[in-house]
Write a protein that binds this ligand. Structure first.
Ligand code: HEM
Length: 660
């Protein structure tokens, strides 16, 4: 949580065998681990004895309990155990980690009622802290009490007290009263969420959250035999996750079904089903299993998650993440989703963090949020500089609204009738030119068709030398924006004009050639007036903002390019996918043919028929769902915002992802 230096600690084996613990402790110190952590099985060997043994086997490393139960030792016993360990390790730090443990250890084995865990923890931390400070303590709490107790030999230095916590109330209590928090058995993507609660607790108590240490325990198995390691972890997790605190926690982490199954099997005393309910997916999210390289990379991710308020994500360098995003976007997204769940953070050089969301609820939150706080234009602007400052895609707030008011009318009513007829005629002509009886790639044909439609309906240029020249230049521009260099050109720091041999320099020159024709065309339209013309450019030349002013040449140019870039490749690729999907399914093709025939008979298809083509509409929508053309959109956060339960800082970019 705190942007403090990270340190690698190790946990001693569980259940501990004293001789083995000594060996592991000595070896861990040799290997450079900074701290050693001792858990308490509740059934021995005693955690303080193990800690002492580890302390004696080492010279420098920090030792701590992570954690010992607060219920099974009376306050003086806790203080004496911790105080003795601290004395034994004078000159280095000993940490007392406390936890509430489970009903089995506390009630069944210890015979102590497992009640009011939060109050008990708060009171225990307060009383034990005073005891360890050497004070004479009298305390009358709701869950613990002591009178006239003083440690005979208080520790030479203060003993920090950490709290083991899983769910929000205990995490917040840790933030309020403890010197550190111990997290255990959690998926990496839950860490920022957990730490947000610790921070909230600390802030509520007027403490600086950065002063708290986070001990995050990740079960790690370096192995070639992943299935065998999974099975070993599964054996351990089954009973663990049947305890009430862990069961609720696993559900909180998004594994509600697994939590229910683990619990039901445990209650039915069906140990096999209890263990089997721990799915591979759950294990892979909660434990780190694989080659040394894999484990190292995953641990780096865990570290990053503990040091930021952002959801977890790949820890590889931003340049590597960018290359994946540019050249292998789909496997990259899928891999992230598999490892981090439905929220993850991706980092690119010189960019704010991008937080991907794929849960429908989170996506709804983003789309229904106040557009002044989640800003689409600001998120797009660095990527879409080519479109100019007036493009609808890079504007927010009042300017976006004003521009949209002007741009919407051409896309309604009668205008669409006219465009429909143009689209049909262009499609007819294009299809007539297709070769018969031989295969051909559909995507370039759809690109050509879409460009023709946009030239006619949006630019209002249908023939002659302007048509030929504009078509040729737009084709070059679109080829460049669709090339494999394109994603690089979207990066602000690569948007440098180094002449024709730099991708940006090249793009800028092609755009300039397009601009030359466009500005001439705009001048001509202004001179001739838009009467009798249906195209979008003519309408926009005539349009007026609320204050009565017309669009400037630059505004018109920016919107024309926007409509071209937003409308061309999206439509062409969508159409190509529809062909692909429909040709795979002769039954669907047949149904579509029948529907069109029933609607239009032998006559040409008119716009009025379109409303009747329900199956066609469904086919297109299903294709868009299966193969979304734009897998993501982006919103830059104007202020800190909670999305899907994640507190995101201002400046981060929220990315709803329809693909995942
Ligand atoms: C199947 C084809 C298309 C797809 C999949 C598609 C998809 C999208 C998406 C995902 C957005 C961003 C929405 C957001 O950030 O919330 C968008 C915005 C936009 N699209 Fe399309 N689009 C398509 C066709 C077109 C066409 C044909 C045009 C115009 C000729 C167009 C013009 C625009 C414009 C101007 C915006 C910005 C709207 C605004 O900021 O108010 N799109 N489109």
């Amino acid at each position: 949580m705190a942007p403090a230096p990270s340190r690698l600690g190790a946990s001693l084996p569980l259940p501990p065998d004293l001789a083995m613990c000594r060996r592991v402790a000595a070896r861990a110190e040799e290997l450079g681990y900074e701290s050693l952590w001792v858990a308490d099985t509740g059934a021995g060997p005693d955690a303080f004895v193990v800690a002492a043994a580890a302390g004696l086997a080492t010279r420098r490393v920090r030792v701590g309990t992570a954690v010992v139960p607060i219920y099974t030792r009376a306050l003086p016993v806790l203080a004496a155990g911790a105080g003795s360990c601290a004395q034994l390790m004078a000159g280095r730090s000993f940490v007392l980690g406390l936890g509430v443990s489970s009903e089995t250890i506390v009630e069944a084995w210890g015979g102590v009622p497992y009640r009011r865990p939060l109050t008990r923890m708060r009171e225990t931390v307060g009383a034990v802290r005073r005891m360890l400070a050497g004070e004479r303590v009298a305390f009358e709490g709701k869950t613990v009490r002591t009178r006239g107790f003083r440690l005979v030999s208080p520790p030479p230095a203060p003993v920090p007290i950490y709290v083991g916590a899983l769910m929000p109330p205990m995490l917040e209590l840790a933030g309020e009263v403890a010197d550190g928090v111990v997290l255990n058995f959690m998926p990496v993507d839950a860490v920022p969420r957990m730490l947000a609660h610790v921070r909230a607790g600390a802030e509520r108590a007027g403490r600086d959250p950065a002063t708290l240490e986070v001990v995050a325990r990740f079960q790690t198995v370096v192995t070639d035999d992943v299935p065998a390691a999974r099975d070993a972890i599964r054996q351990m997790m089954g009973p663990y996750f049947a305890t009430s605190a862990y069961n609720r926690f696993v559900a909180w982490c998004g594994f509600a079904d697994e939590a229910r199954a683990v619990d039901a099997a445990w209650r039915a005393k069906d140990r096999t089903a209890n263990v089997a309910a721990v799915t591979d997916e759950l294990i892979d999210r909660l434990a780190i299993i694989g080659s040394a390289e894999h484990c190292r990379a995953r641990l780096a991710e865990c570290l990053q998650a503990a040091m930021t308020t952002l959801p977890a994500g790949p820890a590889s360098s931003p340049v590597v993440q960018l290359l994946y995003w540019v050249y292998r976007p789909i496997p990259f997204m899928e891999d992230c989703a598999r490892r981090f769940g439905d929220v993850f953070t991706v980092r690119f050089p010189a960019n704010p963090p991008f937080v991907f969301f794929s849960h429908p609820d989170a996506i709804r939150e983003i789309f229904t949020a106040d557009p002044d706080r989640l800003r689409a234009g600001e998120a797009n602007r660095p990527l879409l500089r080519l479109l100019g400052d007036h493009s609808l895609l890079v504007l927010d707030g009042a300017r976006h609204l004003a521009e949209r008011r002007l741009l919407m009318p051409p896309f309604h009513g009668e205008r669409m009738q006219a465009y429909g007829a143009i689209m049909r005629d262009v499609a007819d002509r294009t299809i007539d030119a297709w070769p018969l009886g031989e295969p051909f790639p559909i995507h370039p044909r759809m690109q050509a068709l879409t460009l023709d439609v946009i030239m006619r309906t949006v630019f209002g240029v249908a023939e002659g030398s302007t048509f030929t020249r504009l078509r040729e230049r737009l084709t070059r521009l679109l080829a460049m924006t669709g090339s494999r260099f394109a994603p690089l050109v979207l990066l602000p720091f690569l948007q440098v004009d180094l002449g024709l041999f730099s991708p940006w320099g090249w793009l800028v020159r092609i755009a300039r050639d397009v601009d030359e024709i466009l500005f001439a065309e705009i001048r001509r339209r202004r001179a001739e007036g838009g009467a009798g013309r249906d195209d979008v450019l003519s309408m926009l030349v005539e349009a007026r903002y609320d204050d009565g002013t017309a669009m400037t040449d630059q505004e018109l140019r920016d919107e024309m390019l926007t409509l071209l870039l937003a409308g061309h490749e999206t439509t062409a690729t969508s159409l190509a996918w529809v062909f692909h999907r429909v040709l795979e399914r002769p039954d669907v093709l047949e149904k579509l043919r029948t529907e069109v025939r029933d609607a239009a008979g032998d006559g040409p298809l008119e716009l009025r028929h379109v409303a009747e083509l329900e199956y066609l509409d469904a086919t297109i929508k299903e294709t868009a769902r299966l193969t979304p053309i734009l897998p993501i959109v982006a919103r830059r956060l104007e202020e800190p915002t909670s999305i899907g339960g994640h507190e995101l800082p201002a400046g981060a970019v929220a990315v709803p992802c329809i693909y995942l």
